[in-house]
Design a protein around this ligand. Structure first.
Ligand code: SF4
Length: 512
């Protein structure tokens, strides 16, 4: 049984409801219910926290939100939710699982109205439970509202203590509820002033969409850590439909056109009368997450004013210029290493080959693996193409080394398929510090590059050579967007916000 949480849905009592095993089974292999765990080999990769979407002025707003969330599924696979409003109702349905598992035709039918917000989540702050799934729907002193949030606040503790002293009672452990409580406790006279007042008190990363019974709001933190873009569907003889999405790839599925990014520190409001904008903060240097360009965002998205595909291509080219090596073939670690590997191969004048094939149809329903299964994970997910690798000097391109264990298995796999040399090239600098802004990074003691030299890592992963893209090379590759201000804290340990959990970043010994 898949449990869904219904809130304010016309004709349905507020409660969790179960989708039958029969209808869940119709959804395909990924929809098998039961204990979920990340795929074994994902334990050594990084996870984005969330994707958000908002729709204003569409007869089928819930379906538009569903399609947009479908395009943003890569940003979180643990839970998803859609809230809609029609001027009277504000309905919310959310559940654990993939967007397509939760939102069947029957479920979408229950979400009326021309406005919608949606969310897909990989949890870092707050328990991975249905109650913490988003959107969060709250009836407050400022009226009924729903909110969905991407990012991570870093002054959560202080704000929560203050709000509790003022009588706030928290139902969830999610950042989003802090934002709603701040709005509810604001002394500002109007809702939009209360939202601006509340957002100005937050420190950290947030790209937010909010909805009341008759308005949509979208906002981005003053440093612009996480992406959030505005799109539009032109309707003949009627007002445009306004769309907001974490990544512009969502607009393509909706046949919406990209308009612009929500700017850092900007609060946008959409009503029946159109779109208005104001700033709740200014004068803060921009620090958009460069790892969105390295790994998280889809290459067909345009974020921070720049195509992700273009950045990754440049990373690969720069990598070839900085650390080219005599070789016979360039092979990506799929899928995120593909674009950088194409750039590397072109720049180096070497053939590009898919020497590793990823199995896309396993993993998400893997049931609590035993240790011996976990060790088997990489081979379940990737398989070498022996005839492309045998007897070849291989340049292997990947986007990061986190703990190093997965990289070692992949290097061994390529060598086991007959490669005579394996040269690993990484399309970003060594990851030496955890992220506090919405990326689920292991602690510093688990990050191999925080505790070991590149030569020590090379020996551990058993590569013939290892090189990372330089920080200068990465910044150069991502140049051209939004004043070029990027956060690179996971490569430098220098955090753009005041607050960091020093315990987390203290150097710690790790053994290989
Ligand atoms: S620390 Fe790294 S992952 Fe986190 S926001 Fe900064 S660049 Fe992105």
């Amino acid at each position: 049984m898949m449990r869904l949480l219904y809130q304010g849905v016309p004709g349905v009592a507020d409660a969790t409801s179960a989708v039958s095993a029969e209808s869940a089974a119709k959804l395909g292999p990924a929809s098998i219910s039961g204990p979920r765990s990340p795929f074994p080999c994902d334990a050594d990769t990084l996870h984005e926290e969330c994707g958000v979407v908002a729709v204003h002025g569409h007869a089928e707003a819930a379906r538009q939100a569903y399609l947009a969330l479908y395009a943003l599924q890569h940003r979180g696979q643990e839970s998803a939710g859609i809230a809609t409003a029609d001027g009277q109702y504000l309905a919310n349905i959310k559940g654990m699982g993939l967007v397509s598992e939760i939102f069947t035709d029957d479920v979408l039918e229950k979400l009326p109205g021309p406005m919608a917000i949606g969310h897909t989540r990989y949890s870092t702050t707050g328990d991975s439970a249905l109650l913490n799934a988003q959107p969060i729907r709250v009836d407050s002193t400022k009226g009924l509202m729903a909110i969905a949030h991407n990012g991570n606040l870093v002054n959560l503790g202080n704000l929560k203590m203050r709000l509790e002293r003022e009588g706030a009672y928290f139902q969830t452990t999610s950042d989003s509820e802090i934002i709603v409580q701040l709005i509810a406790h604001s002394q500002a006279a109007t809702l939009v002033d209360a939202i601006a007042d509340s957002l100005s008190q937050l420190e950290g990363a947030f790209s937010i969409v909010m909805m009341t019974r008759d308005r949509i709001f979208a906002a981005r933190d003053p440093r612009g850590f996480r992406p959030l873009s505005i799109g539009r569907i032109k309707n003949a003889g009627a007002p445009d439909t306004a769309i907001f999405a974490s990544e512009s790839c969502a607009f393509d599925l909706l046949r919406a056109e990209f308009v612009r990014d929500v700017l850092p520190g900007e609060l946008v409001m959409v009503t029946e009368d159109g779109m208005t904008s104001r700033y709740f903060a200014s004068g803060v240097p921009q620090s958009s997450c460069i790892f969105e360009h390295v790994y998280f965002a889809r290459p067909d998205s345009r974020i921070f004013g720049r195509w992700v595909q273009e950045s990754r291509d440049q990373m690969g080219r720069q990598l070839a210029r900085e650390s080219g090596v005599p070789a016979d073939v360039v092979v990506p670690v799929p899928d995120s290493g593909v674009t950088a590997a194409l750039g590397y191969a072109e720049e180096a004048g070497l053939p590009f080959r898919f020497g590793l094939i990823r199995n896309h149809y396993v993993g998400r329903t893997f049931i609590e693996p035993e240790q011996r299964v976990r060790d088997f994970g990489v081979r379940l997910k990737l398989n070498p193409v022996h005839n492309l690798l045998a007897g070849k000097r291989v340049v292997l391109i990947d986007d990061s080394i986190i703990r190093g264990t997965t990289s070692r298995k992949i290097v061994r796999m390529v060598r086991g398929a007959g490669a005579t040399e394996v040269h690993l090239r990484i399309s970003c600098p060594p990851t030496i510090s955890p992220c506090f802004y919405g990326v689920d990074t292991p602690s510093k003691r688990e990050l191999i590059a925080a505790n070991h030299s590149i030569e020590e890592i090379r020996r551990f992963i058993e590569a013939d050579s290892l090189a990372y893209l330089s920080l200068e090379g990465l910044l150069k590759s991502c140049n051209g967007g939004e004043g070029n201000g990027y956060c690179v804290a996971c490569y430098t340990g220098n955090y753009p916000t005041q607050w960091v959990d020093v315990e987390e970043i203290l150097p710690a010994a790790a053994t290989l």
